[in-house]
Design a protein around this ligand. Structure first.
Ligand code: FPP
Length: 256
């Protein structure tokens, strides 16, 4: 998408009703490629273009956090060739985008088990984190070698160690203790979770953090997900009433 199309899509959006944090399960790259008789890697490469498009648009709109499920803990079980391709594609694409990220004041963050990522791509990724560390605009949070159960297990270990060391008493463990022990420490919970590619499940993603997120499922395959569809989702979100367990009257007294 060029600059002009992007600014048209952002036009007329009520920025006060935008989500602060959008999380996306990017699904459907493989099917996109298969339908065209192409190798799966071509679908992932095309998926990178959608990452660029949606990152640019989120940044233009002033969204604070965009979190993308780029590689799950379970994805390590894919054929080695696909895993290698994905690791190199992701690290190569991110490194290539550094000038654009810097020009747009986008800071990159990573959540996930970086220790499992091969040294070459890991060093590239760590370099990207460092180069964008001073940026104060959109935070692009990449989930790499991430799964919620891994994250929660690690959090449980961290808390248990603090208790064992006498730094924390069991009675003082509260929701904030758990949130602050997760990989997403300091990041607000997602307001929206979008899943492309037609499946209606959350696949071990941000299970603690999506307690009150609004869900959007679309059949569109990730490489085909465009600014117009993203805009429609943001508009629908603006019209939804979020009650966080309260009544409609409590959250919106004026309209009742
Ligand atoms: C799901 O499609 C997609 C992935 C497992 C990888 C997503 C990765 C990218 C879009 C590249 C990310 C790049 C950057 C720069 C963050 P699938 O392969 O499961 O598709 P299928 O369900 O159709 O088989």
């Amino acid at each position: 998408m060029n600059e002009q199309q992007n600014s048209n899509i952002a036009e007329g959006i009520n920025r006060n009703l935008l989500p602060r944090h959008v999380a996306i399960i990017m699904d459907g790259n493989g099917r996109w490629a298969k339908r065209r008789g192409l190798p799966r890697s071509d679908g992932h490469a095309e998926g990178v273009n959608t990452v660029r498009r949606i990152t640019r648009l989120s940044s233009d709109l002033g969204i604070d956090y965009l979190t993308l499920y780029a590689f799950s803990t379970e994805n390590w079980n894919r054929p080695k060739e696909e895993v290698d391709t994905l690791m190199h594609l992701i690290s190569w694409a991110l490194e290539r985008e550094i000038p654009e990220l810097l020009a747009n004041n986008v800071r990159m963050l990573i959540i996930g088990d970086l220790d499992r990522i091969p040294e070459g791509p890991r060093n590239v990724l760590l370099g990207c984190l460092e180069k964008t560390a001073h940026c104060t605009g959109l935070r692009l949070v990449l989930s790499l070698s991430y799964s919620s159960r891994w994250e929660i297990t690690e959090a449980a270990k961290k808390i248990a160690r603090r208790v064992a060391a006498g730094e924390l008493s069991i009675d003082n463990i509260d929701e904030a203790t758990i949130s602050d022990s997760l990989a997403t420490k300091g990041i607000p919970d997602p307001d929206i979770l979008i899943r492309t590619g037609g499946e209606k499940r959350v696949s071990n993603y941000l299970l603690w953090q999506i307690a009150y997120s609004e869900f959007f499922f679309t059949d569109t395959l990730w490489p085909d997900f465009d600014g117009a569809e993203y805009r429609r989702i943001l508009e629908e979100f603006a019209g939804r009433e979020r009650r966080f367990g309260k009544t409609s009257e409590q959250v919106n007294p004026k309209s009742n």
